[in-house]
Design a protein around this ligand. Structure first.
Ligand code: ADP
Length: 263
C-alpha cells in the first residue's frame, strides 16, 4: 500500500473488468439514489457482481434504501462491506452515529472517498456504482480524478431547469475526461386510474439534457429511459427493498434475510 492512490485503486488496474458508473444529478430529490439502488438490484438479480459506493456524503441514503443496518467489518487493514440483495455497499452513513450530519469539507471528503476505493474489499465486480452528491461539487471532481475510467449516468426530472444542469455536468465531464454514458429521466409522469398520464413535472427535461450534452461533448448521450412516479418505488425505498426486485417473497428471494457480509 501507499504510493499513488489512483494506481492503488483496484478498479484502475489495466486488467480490471469492472464498469464504473458515477450516478449524478444537478440537484437533490430527483431520484438519483433510488435509480442507483434499483439499477444495482436489477443487475445483481441477473447474476452480475455489483457494488455501490455511497459518495453522497452529506445526504447518504443508500444504506436505508437497501435496509442495511449492519456496520462494515474490519479484517486487518481491509474493510468488508455489508451485502444486501447481493450488492456490496459502503457508505459514510455506516461510520457516523445515528443520523448525525456530516460536516466535512472538500479535502476530508476526498480522503474518505479515496479510502473507500482503496481499503474496502469489493473483490471482483462486474459493475460498481457511485451515488454522487447532487450538483457538480468537489466529490464529482474527486471521482473523476480517482477513477478516470468511470462513466457518468445523469438523472434528471422532466423540468426544464434540467437543461442548465446538463451544461454544468458536461463541463465537469470535459474537465475530468469522463464519458457521459446517458441520461435517465425520473418522475416523468403519473399514471392516472383511467390510464392517462399526468405530467406532474412537465416534459422534455431528459431529452433536452441528452441533446445539449450530446452537442457539447460531440458524441451521442442517449436518453436511456424514463421512469414514472410510482408509489411502490417510493415504498420500496422506505422499506429498504428496491422495487426492481419485484414483490416481496418472490422465487429465490428471502428479502432482508440476504443481508450479510462478504464471505
Ligand atoms: P436523490 O438521490 O436525487 O436525492 P432520492 O432517490 O433520495 O433522490 O429520491 C427522493 C425521494 O423521492 C425519495 O423519497 C424517493 O422515494 C422518492 N422518489 C424517487 N423517485 C421516485 C419515483 N419515480 N416515484 C415515486 N417516488 C420517487
Amino acid at each position: 500500500r501507499g504510493g499513488d492512490p489512483v494506481r492503488t485503486i483496484p478498479f484502475n488496474r489495466p486488467d480490471s473488468l469492472t464498469r464504473v458508473y458515477a450516478v449524478a444529478s444537478g440537484k437533490g430529490g430527483v431520484g438519483k439514489s433510488s435509480v442507483t439502488v434499483n439499477l444495482a438490484a436489477a443487475m445483481a438479480a441477473q447474476g452480475l457482481r455489483v457494488g455501490i459506493v455511497d459518495a453522497d456524503v452529506h445526504g447518504f441514503s443508500v444504506p436505508g434504501l437497501l435496509g442495511i443496518t449492519q456496520p462494515p467489518t474490519r479484517v486487518d487493514e481491509m474493510i468488508l462491506p455489508p451485502v444486501a440483495y447481493g450488492i456490496k455497499t459502503i457508505s459514510i452513513g455506516m461510520f457516523v452515529d445515528g443520523n448525525q450530519p456530516v460536516a466535512w469539507r472538500g479535502p476530508m471528503l476526498h480522503r474518505a472517498l479515496e479510502q473507500f476505493l482503496t481499503d474496502v474489499y469489493f473483490g471482483d465486480l462486474d459493475v460498481l456504482f457511485l451515488d454522487l452528491p447532487p450538483g457538480t461539487g468537489d466529490i464529482a471532481i474527486s471521482v473523476g480524478q480517482l477513477l478516470p475510467g468511470s462513466e457518468i449516468l445523469l438523472v434528471t426530472t422532466p423540468q426544464s431547469a434540467a437543461a442548465d444542469v446538463a451544461e454544468r455536468a458536461g463541463s465537469v465531464a470535459r474537465q475530468t475526461g469522463q464519458k457521459v454514458t446517458g441520461v435517465i429521466e425520473n418522475m416523468s409522469w403519473l399514471a392516472l386510474p383511467g390510464g392517462e398520464r399526468l405530467e406532474v413535472f412537465g416534459s422534455g427535461g431528459g431529452a433536452a439534457v441528452s441533446g445539449r450534452l450530446g452537442d457539447a461533448l460531440g458524441y451521442p448521450v442517449p436518453l436511456l429511459g424514463s421512469i414514472p412516479l410510482d408509489v411502490s418505488l417510493r415504498e420500496g425505498g422506505d422499506n429498504g427493498r428496491p422495487v426492481a426486485l419485484g414483490p416481496d417473497g418472490g422465487a429465490g428471494d428471502d428479502g432482508r434475510g440476504k443481508i450479510g457480509t462478504v464471505e
